[in-house]
Design a protein around this ligand. Structure first.
Ligand code: 6GU
Length: 220
């Protein structure tokens, strides 16, 4: 799967892509990450990518032409890719969406910046995505969230085949049960007895109960 990221700050991604599962996914040839610098598509001698809003108001908006050109450049090498715009005005991102994205052959991810973008860019994207109800300074961190959540779902990236079924948010809501490892007691904190019992049925039922409890708490 090929991810192409259009951003004014490609360096922000370097550390994230160079470590852990995202590095391994590339190393195994399961994922490919291309960083595209929006500045390269800027206009005039100063490579301008932003301008002030019509109608007045604070801040600068990303111009439509550099965004359109960068998207076309990305599409050129991956015509079937889905184009996603990261913006707090987008659709709320959930696990089910990550699962859908993981079946695509490519994703072109456009990072919003500054105070916004010219709305006409909507004509050149397939979907807009927000990672939650709070405002970030740009779409770069949300893009990293999206890339990470999709990459781990690509077959072969993670070890266990069943892990995707029992994990949190399999249905966008349900949260996984708590887990413990050695030692049995740490500074007076004990591992729940049932997990040491060897009774698989009891363990199953405890886990299911715990999962329902935490899910109810966090959704109320
Ligand atoms: Cl995708 N971008 C920005 N700038 N802020 C956000 C967001 C995206 N999702 C939540 N907040």
């Amino acid at each position: 799967m090929k991810f192409q990221i259009i951003t004014l700050f490609p360096e922000m991604f370097e550390g994230v892509f160079a470590h852990s599962m995202l590095f391994k996914a590339q190393d195994k040839g399961l994922a490919q990450f291309q960083l595209i610098n929006l500045r390269d598509f800027g206009q005039g001698p100063r490579k301008t990518v932003d301008d002030s809003p019509y109608g007045g108001g604070d801040g600068m908006l990303l111009k439509v032409e550099p965004l359109h050109k960068a998207i076309d450049f990305a599409k050129n090498s991956n015509p079937d890719a889905k184009v996603i715009l990261m913006t707090p005005r987008g659709q709320k991102y959930m696990q089910s969406q990550a699962r859908e994205f993981s079946t695509e052959s490519g994703l072109i991810i456009v990072c919003g910046r500054y105070e916004g973008y010219d709305e006409r860019v909507a004509q050149f994207i397939d979907q807009s995505v927000s990672i939650g109800n709070y405002v970030l300074t740009g779409g770069e961190i949300p893009a990293m969230v999206l890339v990470d959540s999709v990459t781990r779902l690509i077959p072969g990236v993670l070890g266990g085949a069943t892990s995707a079924e029992i994990e949190s948010f399999a249905d966008d809501i349900t949260i996984e049960y708590p887990q413990y490892t050695r030692p049995e007691e740490y500074e007076g904190l004990k591992v729940p007895e049932v997990l040491l019992s060897g009774n698989h049925q009891a363990v199953e039922s405890w886990r299911s109960q715990q999962s329902q409890l935490i899910t109810k708490q966090l959704n109320s």
